[in-house]
Design a protein around this ligand. Structure first.
Ligand SMILES: Cc1cc2nc3c(=O)[nH]c(=O)nc-3n(C[C@H](O)[C@H](O)[C@H](O)COP(=O)(O)O)c2cc1C
Length: 185
């Protein structure tokens, strides 16, 4: 078997999904609604594990890190995820609250990207999140260490890939308390 270094990675197909239709003249006014609409499409198309997301953080020296985790909810309060305070992500978020989330839905060639500031939810919410996990997922977790965080986005990008490479980027930015859609180039 060829070693990875001997392979030409460019020969491995990418962007092989099938884009669903998109009505660019009828976009929701805010990214929370847009995310809900896109998640419905992902579920309709049986996208595997559509709430698995990559969370990027930075440490106290400004060095970035990223890992996969599960998005717990997306609403007006933010994009929620959970883990332990004593983890790297917990330490990094304590040092720097700026973070980003990224999701890639291969079968429908869609990606969602959000960046902003992370706030810690209440201990009651964290306890409720932990209680909702399976027994296996709770095993070994110190309840005092469990956190629910929310990324409060300032920018959210919805990316629709296209086989002809005419990809579409829909970007919402938050200005003075309201969401604005960036003009598409
Ligand atoms: C599909 C998937 C889902 C995961 N979900 C979570 C999660 O919800 N919370 C979590 O803390 N780690 C989750 N993990 C593990 C993280 O990727 C990571 O290994 C762990 O959180 C430690 O990361 P850290 O050292 O950067 O804190 C998940 C991993 C995978 C592959």
């Amino acid at each position: 078997m060829a070693s990875p270094s001997a392979r030409d990675l460019r020969r491995i197909p990418s962007l092989t999904g099938t884009p669903p239709g998109i009505d660019l003249d009828d976009l929701p006014a805010d990214p929370t609604e847009m995310f809900a609409a896109w998640l419905d499409v992902a579920l309709d198309h049986a996208v595997p594990e559509p709430v698995a997301a990559t969370l990027a953080t930075v440490d106290g020296d400004g060095v970035p890190d990223a890992r996969t985790l599960i998005l717990k909810s997306v609403d007006a309060r933010g994009w929620a995820f959970a883990g332990t305070a004593s983890s790297r992500k917990g330490e990094q978020l304590a040092a720097c609250s700026s973070a980003a989330l990224n999701l890639w839905w291969q079968p429908i060639m869609r990606a969602v990207r959000a960046r902003g500031v992370v706030v810690e939810a209440s201990s009651d919410e964290a306890a409720a999140d932990l209680a909702a996990r399976s027994e296996a997922a709770r095993a070994g977790v110190d309840p005092q260490d469990w956190r629910l965080w929310r990324l409060v986005p300032s920018r959210v990008e919805f990316w629709q890939g296209s086989p002809d490479r005419r990809h579409v980027r829909i970007v919402y930015t938050h200005h003075a308390g309201t969401w604005q859609l960036e003009p598409r180039s």
